[in-house]
Design a protein around this ligand. Structure first.
Ligand code: GLU
Length: 466
């Protein structure tokens, strides 16, 4: 499936949801289309010659500013993909109710082809191009990490933006999120998308109206295959393993590995760091990557790589009960019909992977308020927590066990506040999806999620008289 079809898939999902909502004429089109996509080619002098690079930043919807979304570094990046991903950003922000419009960017580059110094030069040059058009700006457009980028690139971008002097000095740090903690980032941003997925799956299982997975409503013991072992796949697998799931398969771009007993996720990550691949991990069965998704049945599949992982070509051969979409657009509209017919449930991307942008929102708020989370009431919480612990111990006539003591004592660290805020948002969004689903007959979770978010975006437009 081409990128053009990915864009069409997202638009089909939007159109399908719009058909369930009563919208003013023309508003549907307004919501579905990308407002603008800036395309740039620039040259950077490297290795004694000039190399050309191509990049994009697409703004889907400016119903709220700033607009928000990651920048990916990927040799296969292209205009249509960036537009589809920008649309998904608008939808996911509105779904979880964070006050951003949607945007997305990409640079057509394979980071592995360049040294760190070279990547820094290229990133800084791209940042200058974006800054000139306010496509990076604390109040207008706030990039973040995505595939192929991380804290390092965000630190370069923030620094280059600061040098450009294009916003008030006091707000400059808020021009990108996903920065290192020492450069204005926030605890828990790196793990955020994986953590959000964990909360999403827990919300699904905890809800009284959802179907059980493998006959149970609890993560412990479920078997899971993860496709993509980057930041999102790794953290999702790690957290589900901590909850007692068995990670029985890891499908990477080069090979796939399987072990029915379940992997120790950190051991696989350490092995990959040492050898460059998960292939031949001791005790595992190694098979070609192309067979990975269909090789074995499991309770859950987590596609955490790229769009179009499950298409009309392989949808009849995948055997899972639940697909939890960590990547953006991993199941095409056509494949979704086939999976739904086969009774496979899909927890959709715009909900599942929203954890990244939620914690980006916390980081952005921290940057513009200049106040770390948890600071102001930290002492007070510790004091009142200790008072409760002492009172309970006096009544009980014995010390409380440490686990209970630490729950009550409430030493609120930034990471605790971030996780608790994220969990609250994920639980609430799932409840809203399920509420809406009740009104839609036998609609899929994706349709229900799209209807929630599009109705919300339409509200914003209506409020300004459109
Ligand atoms: N790249 C992530 C996403 O697609 C995060 C975006 C952000 O934090 O702004 O959701």
């Amino acid at each position: 499936m081409s990128q053009q079809e990915f864009l069409t898939s997202v638009q089909n999902f939007i159109d399908n949801a719009i058909s369930h909502i009563d919208l003013t004429e023309g508003l549907a089109e307004r919501i579905a289309q990308c407002n603008s996509t800036y395309s740039v080619r620039f040259g950077v002098k490297l290795r004694g010659r000039i190399y050309s690079f191509q990049g994009w930043r697409s703004v889907h919807s400016e119903h709220i500013e700033p607009v928000k979304g990651g920048i990916r570094y990927d040799p296969d990046a292209n205009h249509d993909e960036v537009e589809a991903l920008a649309a998904l950003m608008s939808l996911k922000c509105a779904l979880v109710n964070v006050p951003f419009g949607g945007s997305k960017g990409a640079l057509k580059i394979n980071p592995a082809d360049w040294s760190e110094d070279e990547l820094e030069k290229i990133t800084r040059r791209f940042t200058q191009e974006l800054a000139r058009r306010d496509l990076i700006h604390p109040g207008r457009n706030v990039p973040a990490p995505d595939m192929g980028t991380g804290e390092r690139e965000m630190a370069w971008m923030a620094d280059e933006f600061r040098r450009s002097g294009r916003s008030d000095a006091i707000n400059q740090a808020a021009c990108v999120t996903g920065k290192p903690v020492a450069r204005g980032g926030i605890e828990g941003r790196v793990e955020a998308t994986g953590r959000g997925l964990q909360y999403a799956l827990k919300s699904y299982l905890a809800h009284p109206d959802t179907a059980p997975v493998a006959g149970q409503k609890d993560i412990a013991g479920l078997s899971v295959v993860v496709q993509g072992f980057g930041n999102v796949g790794y953290h999702a697998a790690k957290f589900l393993q901590e909850d007692g799931a068995r990670i029985v398969g890891i499908v990477e771009h080069d090979v796939a590995i399987f072990d029915d007993a379940g992997f120790d996720v950190d051991a696989v990550a350490a092995f990959r760091a040492e050898t460059g691949s998960v292939g031949n991990f001791p005790g595992a069965e190694t098979v070609p990557s192309a067979q990975g998704l269909t090789y074995k049945a499991a309770d859950i599949l987590i596609p955490a790589a790229k769009e179009n992982a499950i298409t009309a070509d392989n949808c009849e051969d995948v055997n899972y009960e639940l697909i939890v979409e960590a990547a953006n657009g991993p199941v095409t509209a056509e494949a979704e019909e086939c999976l739904t017919r086969r009774g496979i449930i899909i927890l959709p991307d715009l909900y599942v992977n929203a954890g990244g942008v939620v914690v980006s929102y916390f980081e952005w708020v921290k940057n513009i308020t200049h106040l770390p989370f948890g600071l102001m009431d930290k002492r007070q919480n510790i004091m009142s927590g200790s008072a409760v612990v002492s009172a309970l111990e006096e009544i009980a006539g014995r010390p409380l066990p440490d686990t209970q003591r630490s729950k009550i004592a409430r030493d609120t660290r930034e990471i605790d506040v971030v996780r608790s805020g994220l969990e609250e948002i994920m639980v609430r969004a799932f409840d809203e999806i399920m509420e809406r689903k009740k009104t839609l007959g036998n609609a899929t979770l994706r349709t229900a999620a799209y209807v929630v978010t599009i109705a919300r975006i339409a509200e914003y437009y209506r409020a300004i008289g459109l």
